[in-house]
Design a protein around this ligand. Structure first.
Ligand SMILES: [Fe+2]
Length: 258
């Protein structure tokens, strides 16, 4: 497979070469962390099936070197994740899935949890969001942005079967994700398979799968027609909803209703 140039879509001098990133000028190489089959076993629909040793690659804190200070000062981190295309039995390759903790000092009607924003750079993504009473699925293609809403656990699926998924995220770097609930329940509430969504029986009754589309939301500083790396560097204050979500509760509601 030829090298795929991701500069136009991401606004970073990066290329995809098989299942890894090549970093161009103005960047230092980031060494990825691999999520292993062994670690994924508790959340797989078909743990007994054959699978590759590595499921996906996480490049944390990716940046143009001269942007690092601005990114740090604005309480942000930019990551890139690569999910190769394969099946484990009938289940598509996916991330482990996790929840974000509650923002300290928020409670009752004002309680909120750290959000996150995802962007597809190559391939196709299904972003699965669950909070017990709702199960949302974003169907996203290159350029699309999807907000991981406060309080929703989230899992990324590569539903292509053929093409690697390359995706980016902006996130507040000051919290640790919680993998426990999804690990205890053996995966998300629904598994995505070649035959469609299959309910995970370890949960109680599952809410219906609700398909939602990636939408522009200028109030949060992004659009599906522009790379979000560039938008945040040009106007980091517009991305403060990632580090101080408690000040943006009305906008999260509006985003959901758009
Ligand atoms: Fe997350």
């Amino acid at each position: 497979m030829a090298t795929i140039d991701l500069e136009k879509i991401s606004d970073l001098p990066i290329k995809l070469n098989k299942n890894s990133l090549e970093f161009g000028k103005r960047m230092k190489k980031v060494v990825p962390e691999a999520r292993t089959h062994k670690r994924m076993l508790p959340v797989l629909k078909n743990p007994e099936e054959k699978a590759p040793e590595e499921f996906y690659y996480m490049y944390r804190d990716v940046a143009i070197e001269s942007d690092r200070e601005l990114i740090r000062k604005n309480n942000l981190r930019f990551d890139i994740t690569i999910l190769p295309p394969f099946l484990v039995g009938d289940e598509y390759n996916k991330t482990f899935g996790h929840y974000h903790p509650k923002v300290p000092g928020t409670f009752l009607g004002g309680a909120t949890w750290w959000p996150e924003i995802y962007e597809v750079l190559h391939g196709r993504a299904h972003y699965l969001l669950q909070n017990g009473s709702e199960f949302l699925v974003f169907d996203a293609r290159p350029g699309d942005k999807c907000v991981m809403l406060p309080g929703f656990g989230h899992i990324t699926v590569n539903p292509s079967g053929k093409e690697a998924l390359v995706m980016a995220n902006w996130v507040f770097p000051g919290f640790a994700s919680d993998y426990g609930p999804i690990e205890k329940l053996g995966g998300g509430q629904w598994f995505e398979t070649t035959k469609g969504f299959v309910a995970n029986k370890k949960y109680g009754e599952a809410p219906n799968v609700q398909l939602i589309s990636p939408r522009d939301f200028e109030e949060f500083g992004f659009s599906n027609s522009r790379p979000m790396y560039a938008d945040a560097i040009a106007n980091p204050a517009k991305f403060e909803w990632l580090s101080k979500p408690q000040n943006y509760l009305e906008l999260f509601k509006k985003y959901r209703e758009t």
